[in-house]
Design a protein around this ligand. Structure first.
Ligand code: AMP
Ligand code: FE
Ligand code: FE
Ligand code: ZN
Length: 281
C-alpha cells in the first residue's frame, strides 16, 4: 500500500520544493504521512510540521547525515532532538563545514571567469546549499544541459569545481542520533556498491553503535532487491523504512511517494513500527 514517504528533501537542503509545497504534494498524492529528511539540516522541519497540521498530513522529523565509511554512507535519523547536547554542536559544525566548502567552490568558479559569488548564491539558496545548487547555476550559465550533466562535467568528485567536505565517522553519527533521542536508519543500502559480505560488514559495524533500522523500499529498488533487504533487516532485527528520496527538479525522475516508475509503495505500518522503536528506548 502506498501510504507514506519517509525520505524527502526540501529547500532546507538540496530539494527544490519548499516544505509546505512538499506537504501539499503529499496530500495530493494521497499519503498519510511523510518525513522531511534534509541533508545535514533541520531547516525544513518547522514549516513542514505547521503545513502538516493545517493540511492533515502527519509530518515526521528527520535528517539524512552524510558519514565517512569506505565511501560516503548516509544515515537517516528520525525523531532526533536538534537542540540536544549531542546533536546541536554537530549541526552547527555541519553548517560551518558546508559553508567553507561552498566558499571554495564559488572561488574556483569565479577564478575561472564565471559570474558567481558566494554571497549571492548563499542569499539565493540558503545556508544548506550544496553541489546541486552549483550544478543548477552551471546549467543556467549554459555550461551544462542538465543537473546530471553539470555533475558529470564539473562537480562530481575529481571534477574541476569539486571540493570535498568533512564527514562524521559513521560510528559517531549513529551514536549521536541515538544520543539525541532519534532512531538511526541505514539509508539506500544498494547505493554503496557493496556485495553481500560488504553490506553485512557495514550493518554489523553500525549495529555495534546502535543502528535500529534500514531503508528497504527506495526509488528504483525492484521486488528482488526489496525482498533481499527485508530479509537482511529481519535477520538483524532492524526496522524497515522506505522513501523516495524526492528532490523536486534537482532529481526530476523521482516522484514523491511513488519513486522512479511507480514501483515505490511504503505502508503506514512501517511508521508504526518506527514509532515503537523510538518509544522502546
Ligand atoms: P553535497 O552534499 O553538496 O556534496 O551534494 C551532494 C548531493 O548532490 C547528493 O545528496 C545528491 O542529492 C546530489 N547529487 C549527487 N550526484 C548527483 C547527480 N549526478 N545528479 C543530481 N544530483 C546529484
Ligand atoms: Fe541530495
Ligand atoms: Fe542519500
Ligand atoms: Zn536523500
Amino acid at each position: 500500500m502506498r501510504e507514506i514517504d519517509l525520505h524527502i528533501h526540501t529547500t532546507g537542503s538540496d530539494g527544490t520544493c519548499r516544505p509546505e509545497e512538499v506537504v501539499r504534494m503529499a496530500r495530493e498524492a494521497g499519503l498519510r504521512a511523510i518525513a522531511v529528511t534534509d541533508h545535514d539540516s533541520v531547516l525544513g522541519y518547522a514549516e513542514a510540521v505547521r503545513a502538516g497540521e493545517k493540511l492533515g498530513v502527519e509530518v515526521v522529523p528527520g535528517i539524512e547525515i552524510s558519514t565517512k565509511y569506505r565511501r560516503a554512507v548516509h544515515i537517516l535519523g528520525y525523531y532526533i532532538d536538534p537542540k540536544s547536547p549531542a546533536m546541536e554542536p554537530v549541526l552547527s559544525w555541519e553548517v560551518q563545514d558546508r559553508e567553507e566548502r561552498n566558499r571554495k567552490m564559488a572561488a574556483l568558479m569565479a577564478a575561472d571567469g564565471l559570474p558567481v559569488s558566494y554571497e549571492q548564491l548563499r542569499e539565493r539558496f540558503g545556508p544548506a546549499m550544496g553541489r546541486p545548487h552549483f550544478a543548477r547555476v552551471l546549467v543556467e550559465l549554459g555550461l551544462a544541459e542538465s543537473i546530471d550533466d553539470a555533475f558529470a562535467k564539473y562537480v562530481d568528485k575529481d571534477k574541476k569545481y569539486y571540493v570535498g567536505r568533512n564527514f562524521l565517522p559513521i560510528e559517531r553519527c549513529v551514536e549521536i542520533i541515538r544520543g539525541s533521542g532519534g532512531v538511526p536508519v541505514l539509508a539506500h543500502p544498494f547505493q554503496y556498491r557493496l556485495d553481500d559480505a560488504g553490506l553485512r560488514g557495514l550493518i554489523e559495524l553500525c549495529l555495534d553503535h546502535g543502528l535500529q533500522g534500514m531503508e528497504c523500499r527506495y526509488s528504483g529498488y525492484d521486488a528482488d532487491m526489496t525482498d533481499y533487504l527485508l530479509r537482511l533487516a529481519a535477520e538483524y532485527r532492524l526496522t524497515p523504512t522506505g522513501g523516495s528520496d524526492f528532490h523536486g527538479s534537482n532529481k526530476p525522475q523521482i516522484t514523491l511517494g511513488s519513486g522512479l516508475a511507480g514501483e515505490l509503495a511504503v505502508p503506514y505500518e512501517y511508521l508504526e513500527r518506527l514509532r515503537e522503536v523510538r518509544d522502546s528506548i
